[in-house]
Design a protein around this ligand. Structure first.
Ligand code: DLL
Length: 443
């Protein structure tokens, strides 16, 4: 594959125009043939899939159309845990060039593996994302995603190199040094979690560095849910354009989908390599295009770890409306949260991102917050701990009450709000911890 510049037409710069603008009928035909190969690979090479398909009484040969995929069983995170460490691999371990894993704080880690072809495909798709989000060959990419077992650091690293960028592999942490290197090297692209980007902005301010005056122009942010309110705040604080990128280790890592710089209105999901479905998480029935539900992804080209109908737990909607950027792939409309992150506060369902959307940008508040869960009798209660802005001079109690009313009127949930002094809410080095669960201690 090679990078292409815009021709006489008005299409933007793309890394792989033939794939990104493929007519939908061609995309569907490609998906069907790749899906057949993937189902064969899974059934014949992974005992877990053979057992699951046999139990559901389906064979790879039963797939005649894309709609037939609905007959095949789902795959869930515990399937990876139950087959720890290498039981889900469709290739002998000797054929794998790399392993990544989740942290495993709630049990055994989930392990994912890549063949040479898988790593190649990942680098190509990440290069495609970088170009889609506005990066160009020759730019300096400051990569503050964590390097290590987490897929963010190395995933972004090889994609940026593949596009022809100069990578600064700084990883997360050591924030003052990050600011110094942003000044000294003059990176134009920043890769980080949105919460860590805010941390960088704050440390720069404390160092007396006006980060908005640096050459930095685009931020490539993902790995955790974030809202448009947070986007506006980050853009103002860093003086950059903030763009959303999505991915998960079980499917590949970062680069499964990303926004285009032109529209920033939904993340193009690369349908030549993945098949996207949205299902009702209670009934597991497919949802029509445009309706919210759980995102389910099937890999179409992965060798080492084919994933059949993987339940991501991420809540989103799909859109097949054409995008003005010219790319033909379906869009994932922002991941608003995970269904396992949903809180039920005094009977009201609420996602942390809804609270974020209300608070970020609220006058007098800084964008640093945590939600503390406690038990009051039989019900869960929530205290929002949010920092006051450093220049806030008003009455803290009154400000807290204002926020309580605002949350109640916009999302219908009653909670307590505690205004914290600047610096009191822990800062993120990677994925932010938004919820502190103190319910178990109380029991
Ligand atoms: O977070 C991969 C990644 C790295 C994506 C860097 C983007 C940038 P995991 O650690 O396996 O992989 O976590 C995957 O993070 O299922 C979502 O719940 C969440 N997530 C990732 N990107 C976004 C996003 C990486 N843009 C889990 N918006 C996913 C909301 C996101 N949630």
């Amino acid at each position: 594959m090679s990078a292409q510049t815009a021709g006489a037409d008005t299409l933007p710069y793309m890394f792989d125009r033939a794939a990104e603008c493929m007519p939908r009928s061609e995309l569907k035909a490609l998906q069907l043939s790749r899906l057949k190969t993937t189902l064969d690979r899974a059934y014949n090479k992974v005992p877990h899939y053979k057992k699951k398909f046999d139990a559901a009484n389906v064979k790879p040969g039963d797939l005649k159309s894309l709609a037939d995929l609905a007959r095949f069983p789902f795959t869930v995170k515990t399937d990876l845990r139950d087959n720890y460490p290498f039981g889900m691999f469709a290739e002998p371990r000797e054929q794998l060039l790399r392993l990544h894993a989740s942290s495993g704080t709630t049990g055994k880690p989930t392990v994912v593996g890549y063949t040479k072809a898988d790593l190649n495909m990942w680098a190509d798709l990440m290069a495609r994302c970088f170009a889609t989000m506005g990066a160009r060959p020759g730019e300096i990419v400051h990569n503050a995603y964590g390097y290590g077992l987490f897929t963010g650091g190395l995933g972004a690293h090889y994609g940026a190199e593949r596009l022809g960028c100069t990578v600064v592999p700084i990883s997360g942490g050591g924030t003052e040094r990050q600011v110094t290197l942003l000044q000294d090297f003059g990176a134009t692209i920043l890769c980080a979690t949105p919460s860590y980007a805010l941390n960088i902005a704050e440390v720069a301010e404390n160092m007396g560095v006006d980060i908005r005056k640096l050459p930095l122009r685009v931020g490539i942010f993902g790995a955790e849910p974030w809202t448009d309110a947070m986007r506006r705040d980050i853009e103002a604080r860093l003086g950059i354009e903030a763009i959303d990128i999505y991915g998960l280790s079980e499917i590949m890592g970062p680069g499964v989908a990303c926004e285009c710089q032109q529209m920033k209105n939904g993340l193009h999901g690369w349908e030549d390599h993945f098949l996207f479905e949205v299902v009702d998480p209670d009934t597991m029935q497919p949802k029509p295009m445009g309706e919210a539900g759980e995102l389910v992804i099937t890999t179409l080209t992965k060798e080492a770890l084919p994933m059949i109908r993987y339940r991501t737990r991420d809540i989103t909607r799909l859109s097949d409306e054409p995008c003005a950027c010219g790319r033909s792939h379906v869009r994932i409309l922002r991941v608003t949260g995970r269904n396992d992150d949903m809180l039920i506060i005094r009977g009201v369902n609420v996602f942390p991102s809804q609270v974020e959307a209300v608070m970020v940008g609220f006058p007098g508040l800084a964008p640093h917050y945590q939600l503390v869960l406690t038990r009051e009798g039989a019900l869960d209660a929530m205290t929002v701990e949010v920092e006051q802005a450093p220049d806030f001079k008003g009455d803290r109690q009154r400000k807290a009450e204002e926020v309580v009313h605002h949350i109640k009127s916009l999302i219908g949930v009653s909670c307590k709000v505690v205004l914290k002094a600047p610096g009191e809410v822990p800062r993120s080095q990677g994925k932010a911890v938004r919820v502190k669960d103190e319910r178990k201690k109380a029991n």
